[in-house]
Design a protein around this ligand. Structure first.
Ligand SMILES: [Ca+2]
Length: 453
């Protein structure tokens, strides 16, 4: 009998039931999902850049896991968020591009979201920050969130309430005063935690920091007298304010003794648009709105005290699409095959219950730009032809090996083509946009040279 039982246990573990048990023997954990906006891979103390201290964000790496190959499925805001909320590559349902300054009528997310699914599992759900996924039927309150405070568009001033449908809203109602979005979003998040501390909750906290416009309270800018460049000093104030805001929320967790019952995930929605906000992508090539590493590889941290390892650096491929299956598994929810989630539950890989890597490959399509990363290798095509890089030896994508690695190129092309079969045409936007040398719409245009006098 004992043999039969141990065999059954072994089989159950192989099938991943060990992970379900890990959720079932404890109260349902809270999920705190923090997203930064336009923060590059080369910023943050924990990423090796000490210029702007970020002790609170760094604490997530110290008490949890820092993924060095953490990615997002799009190189700019709205597509990445569509992938995050749905748990699916956003190209599966046409959400390949930002809506542009005037959103088309069909713009917005219609998919079932992580908030819908956690709400169905009995979670209180709240969102405080930037949505960028549409209005009407796509409004956060229609996509699974019980509470919402923030703005619906893609960018917002930090110290003005704004107007129209991009005003700062509480639910559906414009607010009549505010201080500074970054700190306000954390304040509202903390009210939500106070209210729901005795039940499981899902809190989505997408800051608009450090996206433009370049604004920070003077007291924050004054923290950096040694930075002489004005734009960089303001950026430092913006990042420092976000770090404080995150520190405020982490303190609230400690106040309610929730640290050990809360899964925390932090990442940036895309790489840094360095020329716009100074955000560094470190050694990576490219920037926001490109499928170079600098556009899609981002700071990515995860903490769950007592459940996941602390102070670990993990080089395996992970992506923001993994947030939904991971959070659902933590909540004890079985993801259904018909949900067609592209992400992977990371928990068994992080606890060591499963060996190997969560993803054989990750894929990007952004109009004429496309890329695939498989193990050490990446095919990158920003609209001017496929190049092949060995990222382990060449993280900066400097040496194109396409001609000498013809078999590898062929294999990556085939894998990309197979993935691309599951995608649809973009539902809005120009497929030629964002390709080649015009890859970054946020990049300041070069001034035309004056004709010689
Ligand atoms: Ca962004």
């Amino acid at each position: 009998m004992r043999t039969v039982l141990s065999t059954l246990t072994a089989v159950a573990c192989c099938l991943g039931f060990g992970v379900a048990a890990f959720a079932a023997d404890t109260p349902k954990p809270n999920v705190l999902l923090i997203v930064a906006d336009d923060l590059g891979w080369g910023e943050l103390g924990c990423q090796g850049n000490s210029e702007i201290p970020t002790p609170h964000i760094d604490s997530l790496a110290k008490n949890g896991i820092r993924f060095t190959s953490g990615y997002v499925s799009g190189p700019y805001c709205s597509p990445t968020r569509a992938g995050l909320m749905s748990g699916r590559y956003q190209q599966r349902f046409g959400h390949e591009f930002n809506p542009g300054p005037t959103a088309p009528d069909n713009f917005g997310i219609k998919q079932t979201t992580i908030a819908n699914r956690l709400k169905d599992a009995g979670y209180a759900t709240g969102m405080f920050g930037k949505w960028h996924l549409g209005d009407g039927d796509s409004h956060p309150l229609k996509r699974g969130f019980d509470e919402y405070y923030g703005f619906l568009g893609g960018a917002h001033p930090y110290q003005q309430i704004g107007q129209g449908r991009n005003a700062i809203l509480r639910g559906n109602e414009p607010v009549d005063k505010m201080e500074f979005t970054t700190l306000d979003f954390a304040r509202e998040a903390n009210k939500f935690i106070d209210k729901n501390h005795d039940k499981p909750w899902f809190l989505y906290l997408p800051f608009n920091a450090v996206h433009g416009p370049m604004e920070a309270p003077q007291s924050y800018i004054d923290r950096f007298p040694k930075i002489t460049d004005n734009k960089r000093r303001t950026f430092a104030g913006m990042l420092s304010a976000m770090d404080d805001a995150i520190g405020n929320v982490l303190a609230k967790l400690r106040e309610h003794k929730l640290e050990e019952n809360t899964l925390i995930i932090f990442f940036s929605d895309n790489g840094g648009p360095t020329a716009v906000n100074t955000a560094s992508n470190g050694p990576l090539n490219g920037f926001k709105a490109t499928v170079w590493e600098g556009g899609v590889r981002v700071p990515f941290l995860m903490q769950w005290k007592g459940k996941l390892p602390a102070g670990k650096v993990d080089d395996r491929l992970v992506i923001q699409l993994d947030v939904q299956p991971t959070a659902l598994a933590a909540a004890g929810v079985d993801a259904k095959p018909e949900w067609k989630l592209d992400g992977v539950n990371l928990l068994p890989y992080l606890t060591g219950d499963k060996k190997g890597t969560p993803h054989d490959a990750l894929y990007w399509r952004f109009g004429r730009q496309r890329a695939i990363r498989q193990g050490d290798w990446k095919l990158t095509d920003i609209g001017d032809g496929a190049k092949v890089f060995n990222l382990t030896k060449d993280i900066g994508e400097k040496t194109d090996l396409a001609s000498q690695e013809a078999d590898k190129l062929k294999q990556l092309e085939a894998a990309y083509a197979e993935w691309n079969k599951g995608n649809v045409e973009p539902a809005w936007g120009n497929v030629n946009r964002g390709a080649g040398k015009k890859a970054n719409p946020d990049q300041p245009k070069k001034k035309k040279k004056k004709a010689a006098a």
